[in-house]
Design a protein around this ligand. Structure first.
Ligand code: NAD
Ligand code: TYD
Length: 365
């Protein structure tokens, strides 16, 4: 059944909407779908910023609440008072390296936080019996499936879970909780497992924005191990569109893989970014930027290869990625060049500089 937007899906709670993907999703929804009201619940950790939400279109349909998804009382209050009928759950600790140096926050937010949201939804939505006019959409990752061998088939929705990092294990746990709530209580849920996103507003601890910003400053471009690890890169706008299609037309209780069908090795990505910067800034003292590449100690337990089989979402929902990597990277590099105020606000954060220096030093440099 196609859900009728005007009758059913009006009041959306987005968690983690001040982060990278959440803020892009809110902008996407406000741009393309009138008549929807969005409440954004975000704790504004180091990774979240209201700067990511400046200049939203149709902002009269948007409101922000500063709070923790682990605070079940608060979530219940928001779901009740704002008549929430759809929860889109992005909020998480999201960086693998940080999960290795400090897993505690990942267990708390990703597992306990998801549990608290599910409980709030169950209490508020199902107290008087089954409902079909509500939806809990949970955002997960391909990392729950573990690591692929070089020739192995890509991850499909039926690949067994085999998470390797504390981050991946915390996301796998949250996926299982979501699954249990639909089987046990009949909570109408969908899950999406997506691959590595990139694009505007990504916090520069992740590979692509970190390389762009380090290269602009003439800092080393750290390559973990041999740089031959493979990820399946998904431009964030494609991801937002896919999530929305799943919410509108996906089958309750199902999970959907989302990937970009771009699977180069890390070193190739870094070289492409360097080439784009050389082109954009031929007179920079750091050109050619690939002279800044530096091999550093590998990440412990580093997954070698991720790749997504996206046949299910293509066939059932007619979604497919629009961006190839070259187009997506060009747009992304240009966005960071054009948004130096946003960049310098982050670079001024003590926490961020401290993290970068510590991570770099720990890798033996
Ligand atoms: P992000 O780190 O950029 O943003 C996370 C947001 O969650 C931040 O705004 C932060 O303030 C907020 N948050 C953290 N703890 C919170 C709490 N306890 N209560 C309320 N808000 C809290 O993350 P992202 O890259 O935008 O990822 C969003 C989701 O997508 C996550 O669930 C992540 O696991 C998943 N995902 C991301 C990628 C990727 O490539 N970025 C890939 C696959 C899946
Ligand atoms: P990252 O962006 O942290 O995403 P994830 O670990 O969730 O895939 O890393 C992407 C890939 O890039 C991963 O193989 C680790 C590698 N990497 C580097 O080589 N250097 C870096 O400085 C970072 C942050 C990542």
């Amino acid at each position: 059944m196609r859900r009728c937007l005007n009758k059913i899906m009006k009041n959306i709670l987005v968690t983690g909407g001040a982060g990278f993907i959440g803020s892009n999703f809110i902008r996407f929804l406000l741009t393309s779908n009138e008549g929807i009201s969005i409440t954004n619940l975000d704790l504004l950790t180091y990774a979240g910023s209201l700067e990511n939400l400046q200049g939203l279109p149709n902002s009269q349909h948007y409101s922000f609440i500063h709070g923790d998804i682990c605070d079940q009382e608060l979530v219940e209050k928001i779901v009740g008072e704002n008549k929430i009928d759809t929860i889109v759950h992005f909020a998480a600790e999201s960086h693998v390296d940080r999960s290795i140096s400090g897993p505690g926050a990942f267990i708390k937010t990703n597992i306990n936080g998801t549990f608290s949201l599910l409980e709030a939804a169950r209490k508020k939505w199902l107290a008087e019996g089954q409902r079909h006019d509500v939806r809990f959409h949970h955002i997960s990752t391909d990392e729950v499936f573990g690591s692929l061998t070089p020739q192995g088939p890509p991850f499909s929705e039926s690949t067994p879970y085999s998470p390797n990092s504390p981050y991946a294990a915390s996301k796998a746990s949250s996926d299982f909780l979501v699954r249990a709530y639909t089987h046990t209580y009949g909570l109408p849920v969908t899950i999406s497992n997506c691959s590595n996103n990139y694009g505007p507003y990504q916090f520069p601890e992740k590979l692509i924005p970190l390389i762009i910003l380090n290269a602009l400053q003439g800092k080393p471009l750290p390559i973990y191990g041999d740089g031959q690890q493979i990820r399946d890169w998904l431009y964030v706008d494609d991801h937002c569109e896919a999530i929305w299609q799943i919410i509108l037309r996906g089958k309750v209780g199902e999970s959907y893989n989302i990937g970009g069908e771009n699977q180069p090795a890390n070193l190739e990505i870094v070289n492409t970014i360097c080439d784009l910067l050389d082109e954009a800034l031929p007179k920079s003292p750091h050109t050619p930027h690939n002279q800044l590449i530096e091999y550093v100690a590998d990440r412990p337990g580093h997954d070698r290869r991720y790749a997504m089989d996206i046949q299910k979402i293509k066939k059932e929902l007619g979604w497919q990625p629009r961006y190839d990597l070259k187009q997506g990277l060009s747009k992304t590099v240009q966005w960071y060049l054009d948004n130096q105020e946003w960049v310098s606000a982050i670079q001024k954060q003590k926490e961020y500089q401290g993290w970068l220096d510590k991570n770099y030093t720990q890798r033996g440099k």
